[in-house]
Design a binder for this molecule. Structure first.
Ligand SMILES: [Zn+2]
Ligand SMILES: [Zn+2]
Length: 203
């Protein structure tokens, strides 16, 4: 596995401890995931008024878009009782929960939806196969703040390094690494507690 020096914390980490960035020549960020998340948090704290303002104006736009009759029952309700139901194309994000995106990006997502009141939305959802509902849990997991390696990347890492080492590279607890194993359905292979755990599972 390739190791790269993080330009922020000066620690050599495996390449997968750096988030992907297609605009960079290496295809990865200059800073490791841990340093990157600290940088992002600091940036938000230093520019809080800008982001608060931005989300307020997006909220107003969303409410404006919601002041239309329900597609199913034709009635008008306050914006808080109206939902965007994704019916066309691939759902990228939940419109009411992601107000930091550009207006263009937001409208693109709205175009994939039909406006329905929350009552009609519930009726629609209950008659859908459960597969769709479990997918939405998946997308919630994917949008977690701590960015984790992909399944393939993680599988490679856990084969080669102890969980404690991986935990330190990603700035998470050993327990979190255990949870990654569980959620990716990977049986850890290796020394120490992982080896013992594996033997327990296999025997
Ligand atoms: Zn770093
Ligand atoms: Zn309705």
């Amino acid at each position: 596995m390739e190791f790269v020096l993080c330009l922020k914390c000066n620690v050599e980490k495996p390449i997968v401890a750096f988030a992907k960035n297609s605009s960079r020549k290496s295809g990865r960020q200059f800073y490791c995931r841990v340093c990157h998340s600290i940088k992002t948090k600091n940036h938000y704290q230093n520019n809080k008024p800008y982001y608060v303002d931005k989300s307020k104006s997006r909220r107003e736009l969303v409410n404006q878009l919601k002041s239309n009759p329900c597609t199913d029952c034709g009635q008008m309700f306050p914006a808080c009782a109206m939902d965007f139901d994704h019916v066309y194309g691939e759902k990228e994000f939940n419109i009411s929960q992601k107000l930091g995106v550009s207006v263009e990006h937001l409208l693109k997502e709205v175009a994939k939806c039909e406006l329905v009141c929350s009552n009609c939305h519930r009726i629609r959802t209950s008659s859908r196969p459960s597969k769709r509902r479990s997918q939405s849990i998946g997308s919630r997991l994917a949008s977690r703040r701590v960015s984790r390696p992909s399944r393939e990347e993680f599988e490679q890492l856990i084969k080669l390094y102890p969980a404690s080492k991986i935990a330190s590279w990603f700035g998470v607890s050993g327990r979190a690494v255990g949870k990654w194993c569980k959620s990716y359905d990977i049986v850890p292979v290796g020394r120490g507690q992982w080896g013992r755990l594996r033997r327990k599972i296999l025997v």
